[in-house]
Design a protein around this ligand. Structure first.
Ligand code: C2O
Ligand code: CU
Ligand code: CU
Length: 491
């Protein structure tokens, strides 16, 4: 399944990357002596968390830049992506969300560990925010890191029309980088007239890779080049807020280290085969030392879909001399206060993903269609489809405070970024092999036929969603509810 409608219009960025790729440059032996102290980036939030307003409303965005028609979008505060919310770890945050759309909405704080009533799932954790109404979200983020927010109502269309923003929770102490940068990445399906294509919920796409777009934006605009300065150390936060697009990024001439995944610090490491795999909803924080030469440009390539490799952007070096040529040792981000799973006492569960086109289990999955028109996918034979979450019986009830080890089996022919609300989990194994670097995640990307094991301590009571973050898959059955309850409350 390729990208639909590519090459429409001159500014469309999904074109085949047709240049000869320059040979990978290696770090040159540093001749000069340079300062190794790095002052923390200034963007770091100072002081407490101000109360925020967030207005959900229609707006217009210049996705394709000057000279092209603006695109009608749905926004938070009139901008796409939504405003960057930057708050401090361990301090209370309050945000009033006002709905000026003509339909219900909610806000889900993806990856934040918070009370169930603040999780933003209509019918399950709160009533929907009706048009003209407001809802107050209040929580104290326990973890520092890169998170995001989006609706959990009519998700395919609301996300697809632009509703998504990033939430950064700053560490209590600043991190030693020269610059802290954010790339909010996503694709859009834009018509030749520059408008968001309708036709959300195409069943054929939902049974395959989901709704892929034909235009990729970086921080809300078709990416030009990104200016950098030689010798800088940058923390680059990558956030993929696409409906369905998986990205596999390569930074030509650079050796980025992964320092956090889904907001949670890990042991700094070089990504597998030099590529950064970023499924929908996933975040990766990189530490990149700008080892390139002043005045040069280095492409950033996305080559996930075969034959559709394209240049996402490029790092464009200013002509100034490097600020340093010797870099300090990589830093390790301070760990967040996550409860460590106790694997010796873990309760075990299994979740089997089935359905979609062309996979084994397809018949079982499709069988659900008779009862429920929109069910294409299933988890343990059950399909929760659409957005009406009210009265959903949980698939599993998990003992509160206990460690739970969940084996997820992808018995489909498609990729699935599987996401659990309310918890970060340890990714233990993939296809029987241990996953290194002490990785935590809230969204784990499963390749076709992958089996993975995750573990977490179910310390927060309530009904929590577990779903694929390819939004079409989520809406057509690849979604369920896990209940965390005290033993006596279990049913
Ligand atoms: Cu981004 Cu239900 O999640
Ligand atoms: Cu979530
Ligand atoms: Cu999926």
């Amino acid at each position: 399944m390729g990208v639909v409608g590519r090459d429409r219009g001159r500014s469309v960025v999904i074109t085949k990357y047709s240049f000869q790729i320059p040979r990978r440059r290696f770090l040159q032996a540093a001749a000069a002596i340079a300062a190794v102290n790095i002052v923390p980036a200034k963007a770091w939030a100072q002081g407490g968390n101000d109360e925020r307003q967030l207005v959900v409303k229609p707006g217009r965005a210049a996705l394709r830049g000057e000279g092209y028609p603006e695109t009608a979008v749905w926004t938070y505060d009139g901008v796409v992506p939504g405003p960057l919310l930057r708050i401090r770890q361990g301090e209370p945050f309050r945000v009033v969300v006002e709905n000026k759309l003509e339909e219900d909405t909610t806000v889900h704080w993806h990856g934040i560990r918070l009370p169930n009533a603040m999780d933003g799932v209509p019918g399950l954790t709160q009533p929907p925010i009706r048009p003209g109404e407001s809802f107050v979200y209040e929580f104290t983020p326990p973890d520092a890191g890169t998170f995001w927010y989006h609706p959990h109502s009519n998700s395919l269309e609301q996300l697809g029309r632009g509703l998504a923003g990033v939430l950064i929770v700053d560490e209590t102490e600043p991190v030693p980088v020269d610059r802290d940068r954010l790339w909010t990445l996503r694709d859009w399906r834009v018509t030749s007239k520059g408008q968001v294509a309708s036709g959300f919920g195409n069943m054929m796409e939902a049974g395959m890779s989901g709704r892929l777009g034909n235009t990729v934006t970086l921080n809300g605009a078709v990416p030009g080049s990104q200016r950098v300065r030689a010798g800088e150390r940058v923390r680059l936060r990558l956030v993929n807020v696409s409906l369905a697009r998986i990205m596999r990024l390569r930074f030509e001439g650079h050796d980025p280290l992964v320092i956090a995944v889904d907001g949670q610090p890990c042991q700094p490491h070089t990504p597998d085969d030099g590529h950064i795999l970023l499924g929908p909803a996933m975040r990766i924080d990189l530490m990149i030392d700008m080892t390139g030469s002043p005045g040069r440009r280095y492409p950033v390539i996305d080559d996930f879909y075969e034959g559709l490799e394209y240049r996402l952007t490029e790092l464009a070096y200013a002509s100034e001399a490097p600020v340093r040529t010797v870099f300090p040792k990589p830093f390790v981000l301070p760990a967040n206060p996550l409860p460590e799973p106790d694997l010796s006492a873990a309760e075990r569960h299994e979740l089997v993903l089935e359905g979609g086109m062309m996979g084994r289990g397809m018949m079982q999955g499709m069988g659900g269609m008779r009862g429920m028109a929109q069910a294409i996918w299933s988890i343990n034979g059950t399909s929760m489809a659409g957005d009406g979450h009210a009265g959903t019986a949980p698939l599993l009830t998990l003992g509160r405070g206990k460690t739970h080890l969940i084996t997820m089996r992808n018995q489909t022919a498609w990729w699935h970024p599987m996401h659990l609300h309310g918890f970060s989990f340890r990714v233990l194994t993939r296809n029987g092999a241990a996953v290194p670097h002490r990785r935590w995640a809230d969204t784990v990307l499963m390749a076709p036929e992958d089996t993975i094991e995750i573990a977490f301590v179910a310390d927060a009571p309530g009904d929590w969603m577990l779903h694929c973050h390819v939004t079409d898959h989520q809406m057509t059955g690849l979604m369920t509810v896990l209940r965390v309850a005290d033993a006596e409350d279990r049913r």
